[in-house]
Design a protein around this ligand. Structure first.
Ligand code: URP
Ligand code: ZN
Ligand code: ZN
Length: 460
């Protein structure tokens, strides 16, 4: 006897699809197989006509801090409704919500404690990256404790007010290499982006179509080149976050060819695979994200590199902002970032599988298996018996229009508003518990857990 059987669906693994039932007992997958061989169950979910896939693992979201108005309650509900069963958020150096994190005197461990305390609001599981925002060498001394706390990846920014200079970043790469931890890189050359922004400000070019030109693709490629070179020289594993353009992906491909996938992995985000810069004419500042949404050829480059394997993962870079905070007169006064947790799977499925003919195993690799392996979540991202029963039941045929009216996030807009997509999330299970059912949250806050991650190698 088991708790639940998901019956009659098409199971998707990283390499295959086949018709099978999935049995869940407690928090784990008990069996995957023929209906005849399944044990009795207390509950049955009819998945006829649906795909049964591992839950999405989104390794790049911003919740309840300076890049988001979302709380853990609103964000994890958006995640559950969108088929995401685990996300990885950021722990800033002692971000307490009052001051800028780069002015704070605190530690990464305090940042981790602050976010760990959010579990009581969460309905899906979550992990954390550290984020270094100050060139204070004291942070190097605490990295070992941070890794031991289940946070083996650290985001380094080359841009924004808290971007790091190469000298300090180089030291961080060395320290991370010693701990067998890894760096997660936001790469944009700050001097180019800042100079162009200042020029556009002087010229009064505040209309949103000027925004992408303030952060050009070559600025992303230059910074990725410098950071990846330093990381490789230090023997530090490198994860290129939110890769947006051909020039930057080509740079990462070169390092990957030379140093191997054991040393370099990378992601793009759903918006860089689905939208081009004409969106700024349509939606003004709402799609303002850094790096910017780019040209149609860059979309093609994202798919070429996903197919070739330079890009391993598709994330959201979810930032829960309101329309009001984005719709300001000049783009430079707008917040950076957009919400996507709830729409990610349907939008990417529609673009990759329906429009471009990629397979369901590809979908599972870039949304679930690869992020689980890269980010040290061995019990997730798969439907293998014995692993966490984090499962999404997905109707691949239903067509509907995206609307922010359905958002669980505090964000009251969608950069995909009105977009017709095929594919809808029917049910989401997190560790065996049904958390979202047909567009409704059915779990209590607090079902979600902080997941201590391991530093696992990247040979897969
Ligand atoms: O515009 C963005 N991407 N906001 C979030 C911060 C970041 O750089 O990831
Ligand atoms: Zn970033
Ligand atoms: Zn981000």
């Amino acid at each position: 006897m088991v708790d639940t059987i998901i019956r009659g669906g098409t199971v998707v693994t990283p390499t295959d699809t086949f018709d099978a039932d999935v049995a869940i007992d407690g928090e784990r997958i008990a069996a995957v197989g023929d209906g005849e061989s399944m044990p009795e169950a207390d509950h049955t979910i009819d998945a006829t006509g649906s795909m049964v896939m591992p839950g999405v693992i989104d390794p790049h979201v911003h919740i309840d801090d300076m890049f988001s108005f979302d709380t853990y309650e609103t964000a994890t509900k958006a995640a559950a409704l969108g088929g995401t069963t685990t996300y990885i958020d950021f722990a800033w150096q002692a971000w307490v919500g009052e001051m800028s994190p780069w002015d704070e005197p605190g530690t990464l461990r305090e940042g981790i404690e602050r976010k760990r305390a959010k579990a009581e609001e969460a309905v899906v599981d979550y992990g954390l990256h550290g984020a270094i925002t100050r060139e204070d060498r004291a942070v190097l001394e605490e990295l070992e404790a941070v890794v031991d706390a289940g946070v083996p990846s650290i985001k380094l920014f080359t841009a924004y007010e808290f971007g790091l200079e190469n000298g300090f970043m180089n030291r961080v790469f060395e320290a991370l290499a010693d701990l067998d931890a890894f760096a997660v890189l936001h790469s944009e050359d700050a001097t180019i982006c800042d100079d162009r922004t200042a020029q556009f400000q002087r010229e009064g070019k505040g209309d949103p179509e000027w925004y992408p030109r303030s952060r050009p693709d070559y600025a992303e490629a230059i910074a990725a080149d410098a950071a990846a070179r330093m990381a490789m020289e230090a023997g530090c594993r490198y994860y290129g976050i939110h890769t947006s353009c051909r020039k930057s992906a080509d740079v990462l491909a070169r390092y990957r060819e030379r140093y191997g996938e054991e040393m370099l992995r990378a992601e793009t985000c759903t918006h860089y695979t689905t939208l081009d810069d004409s969106i700024f004419e349509e939606l003004g500042n709402l799609p303002m994200i850094a790096p910017p949404i780019r040209k149609p050829d860059d979309i093609e480059a994202m798919f070429e590199h996903l197919e070739a394997g330079t890009l391993d993962v598709v994330s959201t870079d979810h930032c829960g902002y309101t329309k009001e905070s984005k719709q300001v007169d000049d783009w430079w006064d707008s917040k950076f970032g957009a919400n996507a947790l709830q729409t990610n799977l349907p939008v990417f499925h529609d673009e990759a599988v329906i429009e471009r003919g990629f397979s369901y195993p590809f979908l599972v690799r870039v949304l679930s298996r690869n992020p689980a392996r890269i980010f040290g979540l061995p019990g997730k991202g798969t439907l293998d018996p014995g692993t966490d029963a984090d499962i999404v039941v997905f109707d691949p045929n239903e067509t509907y229009a995206i609307t922010a009216e359905e958002n669980a996030s505090v964000a009251d807009f969608s950069i995909y508003e009105g977009r017709e997509v095929t594919g809808r999330v029917k049910q989401t299970f997190v560790r065996g518990e049904l958390v979202a059912d047909d567009g409704k949250i059915v779990a209590e806050n607090g079902h979600g857990r902080f997941v201590e991650r391991e530093s696992t190698d990247w040979a897969f």
